[in-house]
Design a binder for this molecule. Structure first.
Ligand code: F6P
Length: 343
């Protein structure tokens, strides 16, 4: 019997509880391990805040969003003696291996700790879908569905008022959510961080539509999108432990620009954390469950330094380093498929 730790770090995302449940179910029932939950991401390992997980206290959480373990953006590499404290606390708890469920930042820490001799297996999560080496991360499908539902609702009110509606969605460096929800929701423009946009061109397109008799336009914009010769619009310059500024504001900026340039009434809706909350879709529950099972299997085989990944329809193991080296940005070819609806 081994003692396996598990933590969830970074921004929460629907499906985290499904991973925890699967790790516990297989870890306890099939392998006879003890599963120790660390609270609030890497902070829990630094502070040695643990909770023993059982099949009983992880029952009934499959459909619940968020994470029963809590999450944080704590970075042990930015804390005094952080790495030493992590290692010491893992020793004190007799942890044989750690499963880190997170995005680029959390798994970046896991990768460095692995190089430092800690036994780690990674599980990729982010609603942004911007982690490399996996086709999809869980949480993304749920976020896209939430955004698509919102765009559908914006459509009907936009039509009634002859308005331009802007929907700002998450996506710091990658426009996956904007692209998928924009395409699914029939947006008239999709603005993503990967391509600087010309606001004049967006306005011309809107004018053409309205002159041709359309009574509304829908613009989907990712929070990290930038106008040509512009800079990222940020809420303030304060950064988190991984150096990220708080984004948000591009939608409001666009609202003013479009209304002034076109004369059409324009409204912005910022979906914000609604995209991360609530129940996961069936797709995300299944993916998260499969990831959880694959992670505990990797631990059982002592295949450390690996991240579980979706490749086609199969779950495979890849080096964590492959997932976190650089971000997976939107495929340009994919973006071009949507452009036919913009011209
Ligand atoms: O990384 C996931 C994410 O949801 C990003 O899309 C977004 O920019 C960020 O987290 C928001 O972070 P926070 O919840 O700390 O405001």
């Amino acid at each position: 019997m081994a003692r396996i730790g598990i933590l969830t770090g970074g921004g929460d995302c629907p499906g985290l509880n499904a991973v925890i449940r699967a790790v516990v179910r297989k870890g306890v029932n099939s392998y006879g391990h003890a599963i120790i939950g660390y609270q609030n991401g890497w902070r829990g390992v630094l502070e040695d805040e643990t909770v023993e997980l059982s099949t009983t206290n992880t029952s009934g959480i499959l459909h619940r969003g968020g994470t029963i373990l809590g999450s944080s953006r704590t970075n042990p590499f930015r804390e005094d003696d952080g790495v030493e404290r992590v290692k010491e606390n893992l020793r004190t708890e007799n942890i044989d291996a750690l499963i880190a469920v997170g995005g680029e930042d959390t798994l970046g820490v896991a990768n460095k700790l692995h190089a430092d001799g800690v036994n780690v297996v990674g599980v990729p999560k982010t609603i942004d879908n911007d982690l490399n080496a996996t086709d999809y991360t869980f949480g993304f499908n749920t976020a896209v569905q939430i955004c698509t539902d919102a765009i559908d609702r914006l459509h009907t009110t936009a039509e009634s008022h002859n308005r331009v509606m802007i929907c700002e969605v998450m996506g710091r460096h990658a426009g996956w959510i904007a692209f998928y929800s924009g395409l699914a929701g029939g947006a008239d423009a999709i603005l993503v961080p990967e391509r600087e946009f010309d606001v004049q061109q967006v306005c011309e397109h809107i004018r053409r539509r309205h002159k041709a008799g359309k009574t509304f336009s829908i613009v989907v914009v990712a929070e990290g999108a930038k106008a040509i010769a512009g800079t990222e619009v940020t809420k303030d310059q304060e950064t988190d432990a991984f150096g990220h500024v708080k984004l948000g504001g591009i939608g409001v900026w666009l609202e003013n620009e479009i209304e002034q340039r076109t004369g059409y009434e324009t409204r912005v809706t910022i979906l914000g954390h609604i995209q991360r909350g609530g129940t996961p879709t069936a797709f995300d529950r299944v993916l998260a469950t499969r990831f959880g099972i694959a992670a505990i299997d990797a631990v059982e085989e002592q295949d450390y330094g690996k991240m579980v990944a979706l490749r086609g329809t199969r779950i495979e193991r890849v080096p964590i380093a492959d997932g976190v080296g650089e971000l997976k940005t939107l495929d340009p070819e994919l973006y071009e498929t949507a452009e036919v609806f913009f011209g």
